[in-house]
Design a protein around this ligand. Structure first.
Ligand SMILES: [Zn+2]
Length: 339
């Protein structure tokens, strides 16, 4: 005889809500394989486009089609600028994304700025700000045009915030502009090396030219959006090309003012996950406030017989990253105060 269910027994409250895709550092170029700066990792410039195409094929045919894909930046490699193939390579990558059946949100990384100016990017297909959601009657949650950041709601009570980690940077802006001079000053104050891409001897090694940071203006806006999310019991996922939590990264590949960004995030309870790229090696850590920091493995350093992308399945009590190839699976439980 079948047992009656015990009404006192704890029930599984985990309910699947929606899913989204993640991919980072495609860095496509029509070049022979090469090596990274330290010459210890092989880079598969040509095959990275094939990796993207197969990720898109898999997302399109998944039983649970993701609601969107987050592209975490560095979509084409800086070499394209030297080879004068920036536009052609971007077109090839965008043609691949065209086959994706769901919207893609593009983040901007250092390699975008090696190829294009900020003005060019603003007018390109890499600007997906048209996908943003506006909160009526809350003008403080509307981002300024001075940086490339926005927020959107892929599912009720879940807000995704895309940040501009090169808001403070000397990349992609006119050298005669006050903004360039101001950022160069910040960089040089922290980095006395003649080669500003070198972290040698720095006590804050993240102050290199290939990184950037968040302006006070952007951090204030982030704070306002998180305040709204706290008030409205939303859960928030933040997306940025550069990571901000040292335990999930190496000491160099961090945003210049990562501590200030962490301070804003830690003053709110709504943030559940911070997704970044840039490091290529991948990394993960849950910080003391219960925010899960995921640095995704980069496509560019992924051998042709492997893969590097993931699908995050969002449940009522957790997010589950289902990684492919080099990207490991991760279970990310929400902090208790959000349950
Ligand atoms: Zn990068």
């Amino acid at each position: 005889m079948a047992e009656e269910p015990d009404p006192e027994a704890p029930r599984d409250s985990s309910e699947w809500l929606f899913s989204f895709g993640v991919i980072a550092d495609i860095q496509y170029a029509d070049l022979e394989d090469g090596y990274n700066f330290q010459r210890n990792r092989r880079r598969y410039y040509r095959h990275s486009l094939r990796h993207l195409q197969s990720a898109i094929e898999e997302w399109n045919k998944e039983g649970i089609v993701p609601c969107c894909v987050l592209q975490l930046g560095d979509v084409i490699d800086g070499y394209n600028a030297q080879c004068k193939t920036s536009e052609k390579s971007l077109e090839l990558v965008m043609d691949a994304f065209q086959l994706l059946q769901v919207p893609v949100h593009h983040t901007w990384g250092n390699h975008e700025f090696y190829n294009f100016s900020r003005d060019y990017l603003t007018n390109s297909k890499l600007n997906t700000k048209f996908l943003e959601d506006r909160i009526i009657h809350h003008p403080e949650t509307v981002p300024s045009e001075n940086y490339y950041a926005y927020h959107f709601v892929p599912f009720p009570e879940f807000r995704f915030i895309l940040l501009d980690a090169y808001d403070l940077s000397i990349l992609g802006i006119d050298q005669s502009s006050p903004r360039y001079q101001q950022c160069l000053k910040i960089l040089k104050e922290h980095n006395p090396n003649a080669e500003l891409n070198s972290p040698q001897g720095l006590c804050e090694p993240q102050f290199v030219q290939f990184n950037g940071g968040f302006s006070q203006d952007q951090l204030n806006w982030l704070n306002d959006v998180l305040k709204f999310s706290d008030t409205n019991q939303e859960k928030v996922v933040i997306v940025s090309h550069i990571p901000i939590y040292p335990e999930a990264s190496d000491s160099v590949c961090l945003a210049w003012n990562y501590r200030e960004a962490l301070e804003v995030i830690w003053s709110h309870k709504c943030v559940v996950c911070f997704l970044a790229g840039h490091t290529h090696d991948g990394g993960y850590s849950e910080d003391p406030s219960g925010v899960h920091h995921v640095d995704l493995e980069g496509v560019i350093e992924t051998a042709p017989d492997s893969q590097a992308f993931g699908t995050v399945h969002v449940y009522s009590d957790k997010m589950v990253l289902k990684g492919r190839g080099r990207v490991p699976d991760r279970i990310m439980n929400y902090k208790k105060e959000l349950l």
